[in-house]
Write a protein that binds this ligand. Sequence first.
Ligand code: TYM
Length: 334
Amino acid sequence: MIGDKKVLFSGMQATGNLTLGNYLGALKNWISLSDEYECFYSVVDMHSITVRQNPAELRKRARALLTLYIAAGLDPKKNCIYYQSHVSGHAELAWILNCFTYMGELNRMTQFKDKSAKHADNINAGLFTYPVLMAADILLYQADVVPVGIDQMQHLELTRDVAQRFNHIYGNVFTVPEAYIGKVGAKIMSLQEPAKKMSKSDENPNASIYLMDEPDVIMRKCKRAVTDSEAQILYRKEQPGVKNLIDIYSACTGKTPDEVVKEFDGRGYGDFKVAVGEAVVSVLKPLQDEVERLNQDKAYIDGIIKENAEKANYYAMKTLRKVQKKVGFPERVR
Ligand code: TYM
């Protein structure tokens, strides 16, 4: 708790172009929860270097992501929006938690398996211990709730296990966090291969809608989305392409999947795809305009970066000092 509010932590990697999946699965929920909780939203740039990055590009993307958080509607005076690499406590706590996490647990992580298959020439130790850094991110702020898409559930479970293990040995040090998964949009699928999740790293640009895609590009991608030959708009797993488009439309308009099915009863896929495209544009265009506006105001964003790093450091250090003491590190001499 901070004051009378529960704590929320979440983050996104500044890698690749953010997709509609990141927005609907995570960012959108961050905004709806931000009044209720004391929130920490991190640009997790330390996670990004588990895969080789171009330094100038990473810096640029990290700034763009931080700006996007604000553009999406998170007030940086109320929500702590900051770069993970500006708070050294993340790395320090991660080291300690490494000593409370088993190799066997990390070996089971599907994201590790996927990423090591994709980057077979660079299966580094950071990629392996990635979930421990993620646990440190969350536990450092004593977060009660962590809004994420379904793909992060396994990491969340591990975070809970590590927190409980630590608490079991040392008493109640960490809040054990709960995942928050949105009702719609928690797993947006590829527009080209609806059995796969929509991903920043997909090589086919038509598979993903990027948050910065121009309206005509968004429309084109929606029109080209893979459906089926059933010729009926129903929300069921036998029609994964159509189901995904219903999810997208539903998350963008606030209508339930049932309402969407009724709305499009008897209509063709062509009409539906145009409506999905329009709904996505109506959500992304204002976001893009706001990013544009904020990009003109360098001093404002710089101020936010500085202020919020200090705030994050303050809370991070509180937890870190407590943990260091529990595990037996010598006290500092003042
Ligand atoms: P990342 O950067 O891959 O994704 C950011 C958020 O977007 C969600 N997401 C999706 N949701 C629905 N459909 C999709 N197709 C889709 N693709 C991505 C993710 O679930 C995530 O919520 N390891 C994390 C970042 C992280 C983090 C943390 C998150 C680091 N530390 C602490 C929460 C708490 C990641 O790589 O997310």
